[in-house]
Write a protein that binds this ligand. Structure first.
Ligand code: ZN
Length: 144
């Protein structure tokens, strides 16, 4: 294993063991659930949206290290972003894990999940939280 792969593994395990932004959000603007039956991962994503910006992002759920660390790092990254910026991050993350494109610098430590592109069975684990995010943004957009 290369040094970079070791660092990536360490990042994933740290977020999976002590996820950031874990726990429900009181009075969310939107709440979306996601389920990945092939691995048994579950996510509930809570967003508070104020003036078109994600003021708070939290999640609950359980599952494998990839699904939980992805949700942990995603909720860190999207806080304070506009909905359009969050959708752009969603696109960049999917390009990395689905199309195997090199990680965009805007994704920060989510680059740790770039190797998932080589593990087709785990792509749904990595994208679970991000698909919930896309759905949540669509729901908020419809309510405006
Ligand atoms: Zn999984």
């Amino acid at each position: 294993m290369s040094l970079l792969e070791e660092l990536y593994r360490e990042t994933i395990m740290q977020h999976a063991q002590r996820p950031h932004n874990f726990g429900p959000l009181e009075a969310p603007t939107v709440k979306v659930g996601g389920h990945n039956p092939s691995c048994g991962d579950r996510i509930e994503l809570y967003l508070k949206v104020e003036n078109g910006r994600i003021a708070e992002a939290r999640f609950t759920g359980h599952g494998c290290a990839i699904s939980q660390s992805s949700a942990s790092m995603m909720t860190d990254l999207i806080r304070g972003r506009t909905l359009a910026e969050a959708l752009e991050l969603h696109r960049k993350f999917k390009a990395m894990v689905v199309e195997a494109e090199p990680p965009d610098p805007a994704l920060g430590n989510l680059a740790a999940l770039a190797g998932v592109a080589k593990l087709p069975a785990r792509v749904k684990c990595a994208t679970l939280a991000w698909n919930a995010l896309e759905q949540a943004i669509e729901q908020v957009g419809e309510a405006l």
